[in-house]
Design a protein around this ligand. Structure first.
Ligand SMILES: [Zn+2]
Length: 67
């Protein structure tokens, strides 16, 4: 962690809309609750799943096992 980042608050936007004030930051400059923004799907399988999720109808519902 670079010394000039010490004491800076996390600053991530919380659910209530206010910036996070936690100053105990982890690598990446965010606190333990806020890992930073999502970097999106990395693998080809992840990208494909992402496309499926965005399609009309969304991802197929999991079938209940027949009993
Ligand atoms: Zn935070």
């Amino acid at each position: 962690m670079p010394a000039d980042l010490w004491g800076l608050p996390c600053g991530a936007k919380t659910r209530s809309g206010t910036p996070c004030k936690i100053t105990a930051l982890y690598f990446g400059g965010r606190c333990k609750w806020h890992g930073g923004l999502s970097t999106g799907p990395k693998s080809e399988a992840g990208k494909e799943q992402s496309r499926i999720n965005g399609r009309k109808g969304g991802r197929p519902k999991r079938q209940k096992p027949e009993s």
